[in-house]
Design a protein around this ligand. Structure first.
Ligand code: NAD
Length: 348
């Protein structure tokens, strides 16, 4: 019978251990590291298995599975999106994920991904903004000041050197929470009373609201030449944040078109609407920002490869550290065909 020492144990990173790991590394360094892992996977985009995420919709939200593989490792994330949850004291987005070895099929990591998703989404936003936002951007408007907002702000500081965040949320308490959380981070925050006020003087406009409807967080006349829009919250069929006129005036960059056409801001446009796959900018096949007056728009929905990068990073970082438990997750008898015998011996 297997003893605990020779069992195929699976490292598990709990929420507590994820928080310890983040504090051990430092939020800014971790956002920079994650952005590097994500960027390096965008470089090898073509070799990944890619499929739009598998979504199960209900009237109140969505539960999704996000798988991908680079041929050596396989990863998936379980994630939900329930905008009504906050009013009930629950998170809008929660997640966990798994990385496995393609050769054996055995899992090599199981981890919380609610916090990790906030970090990877923010790292992706800032990595994209590094290519698309106006050079020397100093100010970001952050519209929607919920769970993702501090992470988005800190990533833009760590990777794009943004100094000021202009906050707007329909619930002022959310903006006050965000400003308080960012108080000791070196970012200057300004709480605004309208979205129009929030975008004043901002080179980067981030929309990160949660509402299961076609909302107009930014209307066409609010968006002037030369800005970069980081549109995070429109990530589900029937859930968008931008007036369609903005899309017509912007160069739109996306992760994986078959997923974004269903879930992103561009669900408002027909199939012939032109978009650029962002990995082509990273590999130098397509230019990013080409003029000072161009409006660039990252229509972010969150793609499985970003979660895969985050899972790879956590696997590398927790190795030989105390920031995980080993889980007895796999039945792994000494004689692989004697699964029943293992069960019988356990009774004895
Ligand atoms: P949250 O519920 O914690 O915060 C959302 C905030 O938006 C709330 O404070 C709410 O008051 C505010 N809001 C709603 N409608 C508004 C409006 N019309 N004007 C101004 N503020 C408004 O949610 P969260 O976890 O921060 O997620 C925000 C959004 O980002 C969600 O829609 C989520 O699905 C999406 N998301 C996208 C990605 C991605 O990869 N693109 C990843 C994670 C989350």
């Amino acid at each position: 019978m297997n003893t605990p020492s020779d069992k195929a144990l699976v490292p598990f990173v709990s929420v507590d251990n994820m928080m310890r790991l983040i504090h051990h590394i430092g939020v800014g360094d971790m956002l920079r590291d994650l952005a590097e892992y994500i960027e390096s996977d965008f470089h090898r985009w073509e070799l990944f298995d890619k499929t739009p995420r598998v979504a199960s919709h209900s009237d109140v939200g969505v539960i999704e599975l996000m798988p991908t593989s680079d041929g050596e490792a396989y990863g998936f994330k379980y994630v939900n999106g329930h905008p009504k949850n906050t009013a009930e004291g629950l998170q809008t987005v929660t997640a966990f994920g798994l990385l496995a070895d393609v050769y054996t099929g055995y899992p090599v990591l199981l981890t919380e991904m609610t916090i990790l998703t906030a970090l990877r989404t923010a790292a992706t936003s800032a990595m994209v903004a590094k290519y698309l936002a106006p050079k020397n951007s100093t100010t970001m408007a952050m519209i929607g000041n919920g769970a993702q907002s501090e992470f988005q702000s800190l990533a833009m500081k760590a990777i794009c050197c943004v100094e000021t965040i202009r906050l707007y949320d329909k619930d002022r308490a959310a903006s006050e929470k965000c400003a308080a959380n960012l108080a000791q981070t070196g970012l200057k925050t300004v709480i605004c009373t309208t979205p129009e006020e929030a975008i004043q003087g901002a080179q980067i406009l981030t929309t990160c609201t949660a509402d299961k409807q076609n909302a107009t967080i930014l209307s066409d006349n609010m968006v002037g030449a030369g800005v970069h829009i980081n549109a995070i919250g429109g990530d589900c069929p029937g859930k968008t944040e931008l007036a369609s006129g903005i899309l017509n005036r912007s160069d739109v960059f996306v992760e994986f078109p078959p997923q974004t056409r269903v879930e992103g801001e561009i669900q408002q446009m027909d199939e012939s609407f032109e978009v650029t796959e962002f990995w082509k900018v990273v590999t130098g096949q397509t230019p990013g920002r080409t003029s000072d007056r161009q409006i660039t728009l990252f229509d972010s929905v969150g793609f499985a490869i970003e979660d895969f990068s985050a899972l790879r990073y956590i696997r590398d970082k927790v190795k030989d550290t105390p920031y995980h438990y080993d889980l007895d997750l796999l039945a792994d008898p000494d004689d692989p065909r004697d699964l029943f015998g293992m069960l019988q011996r356990a009774k004895a």
